[in-house]
Write a protein that binds this ligand. Structure first.
Ligand code: GLN
Length: 379
């Protein structure tokens, strides 16, 4: 008998729901990925670098031109200057960055504070490294953090706190005040903040993304994770990056070099050239805000309750008072019977807290959102 290292873990909900949606021919608003084509100019740039022969291993830490560009981009957007040489590493997506960071920094017996609903890759990475997840539950509809309560969870075993803003699955964002309170909690300690900011460019209604890179004291204790896939509509390229002080990055790279060694070379050169035009990412909030508004307009007649998403390409819909079913059962039934797939949010809570909330991805063509709207209005 094989003794599982993750006995309580099955297949991720994203894979489960996408598979079911495909099987029954449902509109798939479950797993989060853009339903439209990326900019072919970026594709052409990849072709260019392939033709020019940039096809061997990239440097372990990533292509320098790309790291330099990212350093300048972050400085301009958030104020903090990460050294391209020692403080930025290109990764095979956000999930790899997160896994590697946890592996590099969490020791046996260390505690890691997590906010539920939490993206599903955090806790298993902690467990595999012998750490202990300490949960703080956030609740529908505002998912507000009470930092006084969080402070009570901190002790000498606390090695790391993981935050995620804009937040998947709730679509809420941390505020400047949240960041300042967090800063006070970790000040003077050796707690590392792992900040998942993969939806940094998907914020709405003029909201400012609160990156740890806006807060010098936080930045000094943080590793911040970013994604190219979410920003340039190519999640399948599995490309991201991580930034943090040299001391932390040195430890990160010790693991990264044996985990993936380095990432796709022509893609990195192409991204470096493509991102010289900052409009390629600065246009994203407006683009997705229009998508969110379109989707919410399409579901105006529905019985679901919701608060408009403040960030990410997800919208939570609450079915309280409509059905008595568990969200996991309902998500499956809606996929099979109504031909619309979503993600049940209880899977992101340690105790499967069920608040009757389903998550829908609106990063889809308007025509798909229209079809989804018609279905949702009839439920
Ligand atoms: N990040 C995507 C989501 O939240 C899923 C990615 C994946 O399937 N691993 O839906």
């Amino acid at each position: 008998m094989i003794q599982s290292k993750l006995p309580h873990v099955g297949t991720t909900i994203f894979t489960v729901m996408s598979k079911l949606a495909a099987e029954v021919g449902a509109v798939n608003l479950g797993q989060g990925f853009p339903g439209f084509q990326m900019d072919m100019h970026l594709g052409k740039l990849v072709e260019k670098y392939i033709s020019k022969g940039f096809n061997q291993y990239a440097p372990m830490q990533g292509v320098l031109e790309l790291r330099q560009l990212l350093s300048a981009k972050i400085k301009k957007m958030y104020g903090h200057e990460y050294s391209a040489a020692d403080e930025i590493t290109i990764t095979a997506g956000g999930t790899q960055a997160i896994y590697t960071a946890i592996t590099a920094l969490v020791h046996e017996g260390d505690e890691v504070i997590l906010f539920a609903p939490a993206y599903d890759c955090y806790a298993p990475a902690i467990e595999l490294n012998g750490g202990k997840s300490i949960w703080y539950n956030l609740q529908y509809p505002d998912y507000k953090v009470n930092w006084e309560q969080v402070k009570k969870l901190v002790n000498h075993r606390t090695r790391m706190i993981i935050i995620n803003t804009p937040h998947n699955p709730s679509g809420t964002c941390l505020s400047g005040d949240d960041m300042m309170q967090l800063e006070k909690i970790i000040a003077g300690s050796d707690i590392i903040l792992l900040s998942d900011e993969v939806y940094e460019h998907i914020v709405f209604d003029g909201l400012q993304h609160e990156s740890v890179a806006r807060y010098p004291k936080l930045a000094a204790q943080s590793l911040a994770v970013f994604s190219f896939g979410k920003t340039f509509h190519n999640t399948g390229w599995k490309m991201g990056y991580i930034c943090g002080p040299a001391e932390l990055m040195t430890e990160f790279r010790k693991v990264h070099q044996f985990n993936v060694f380095s990432c796709n070379t022509p893609v990195q050169y192409a991204l470096a050239e493509y991102m010289e035009d900052e409009n390629k990412y600065l246009s994203l909030p407006k683009f997705y805000e229009a998508k969110r508004n379109f989707f919410l307009n399409e579901i105006k007649q529905s019985r679901f309750k919701f608060t408009a998403s403040a960030g990410t390409y997800f919208q939570s819909l609450c079915y309280e008072g409509m059905f008595d079913e568990k969200d996991t059962d309902l998500a499956i039934r809606l996929t099979k019977e109504f031909k619309i797939a979503s993600i049940p949010c209880s899977v992101f809570y340690p105790d499967h807290l069920d608040e009757n909330v389903l998550r829908f991805c609106f990063a889809k063509e308007d025509e798909v959102l229209e079809r989804a709207g018609k279905i949702l209005n009839n439920i």
